[in-house]
Design a protein around this ligand. Structure first.
Ligand code: 5GP
Length: 302
């Protein structure tokens, strides 16, 4: 009957809203791929695990184009090589196509393999605004057995920050003296502004006592520690999504618009370095992320 084919207005509005939400979720997932917040293998896993997921409804062409360094020419060659039609969605790939795509991804984007023989010196780094400081503070509050290194910095204390607890607040001359005396395990200028460094003495003393030591430092510092102490365990903290990272940076409200966009550009570059790290931890929830970091410390100590 004619009436039965008429879709009620409310249903049409609801369907349009659902379609819009889907498109937004897919766009967000594409940003996660482009910024490497999520690995392509993980998106493919989600697509196959749940055929109704956002990943499953993503076109394979969009998926490929969201990957770093793939343009339309390369995309077409890859599809051809893998025998996949460009109209396919990830959730609609056949078994053989899935296997071919997955092999291709593993070759092109190999997963980071933790190096053997990691030490109890843990380095926690990650992009700006990911919440490294919050995770480190949670560990300080709940895991007194872990020695959290107190950095030296030339920046001024923020309200509530205590000298010797949150940082050693130094002037430029004092910082220069530590550098000249070789008393810093690493140091760097962060966000083009102030200098931050890890005093070597307390780290060595805690390690000598058999304790686990955690450094919460920036990427440049993490690289220096790896060069100085190749056995250090490097942990990269990831946001649950790129959009969430943007939200956290905006929500913090401590930077103006220009500074925020500068930090987001830096964050993209920082995310691209995650494969230099031994482990990745997603900071969706502070307590869970802190627990995972602590668990990695016992893996490292074995
Ligand atoms: P904030 O000024 O917000 O406390 O810290 C800014 C940045 O400095 C954070 O990304 C933090 O990881 C980094 N940072 C803190 N201490 C050190 C340090 O000792 N060395 C290095 N390289 N970076 C640090």
């Amino acid at each position: 009957m004619a009436e039965s084919r008429v879709v009620p207005e409310v249903d049409r509005v609801a369907a349009a809203q659902r379609a819009l939400q889907r498109r937004r979720a897919r766009a967000s997932l594409k940003r996660d791929l482009t910024t490497r917040v999520v690995t392509p293998q993980e998106v493919l896993r989600r697509a196959t695990a749940d055929h109704d997921s956002d990943a499953a409804t993503m076109r394979v062409t969009d998926f490929l184009m969201a990957l770093p360094a793939i343009g339309s020419g390369k995309r077409d060659r890859i599809l051809d090589e893998l025998g996949i039609s460009p109209v396919k969605r990830l959730g609609g790939l056949g078994v053989r196509q899935l296997a071919a795509l997955s092999t291709w991804l593993d070759r092109r984007f190999p997963a980071a393999v933790p190096r053997a023989g990691r030490s109890r010196l843990l380095v926690l780094a990650g992009p700006t605004a990911v919440g490294k400081g919050t995770v480190a503070a949670h560990i300080r509050a709940h895991h007194p057995e872990i020695h959290l290194s107190v950095s030296a910095t030339t920046r001024a204390p923020r309200p509530g920050e205590v000298d010797g607890v949150h940082y050693y607040f130094l002037d430029d001359a004092e910082f220069d003296r530590l550098v000249a005396a070789g008393e810093l395990l690493e140091y760097a200028v962060v966000h083009n502004r102030h200098r931050y460094g890890t005093p070597r003495g307390p780290v060595d003393a805690a390690l000598a006592e058999g304790r686990t030591v955690l450094l919460e430092i920036d990427l440049q510092g993490a690289r220096q520690v790896r060069a100085a102490e190749p056995s250090a365990t490097l942990i990269f903290l990831l946001p649950p999504s790129w959009d969430e990272l943007v939200q956290r940076l905006v929500g913090r409200g401590t930077e103006d618009a220009e500074e925020r966009s500068r930090r987001l550009r830096t964050a993209r570059v920082e995310l691209a370095a995650q494969n230099e790290f031994d482990y990745r931890v997603v900071n969706a929830d502070v307590a869970t992320a802190a627990r995972e970091v602590v668990e990695l410390s016992s893996v490292a100590a074995r």
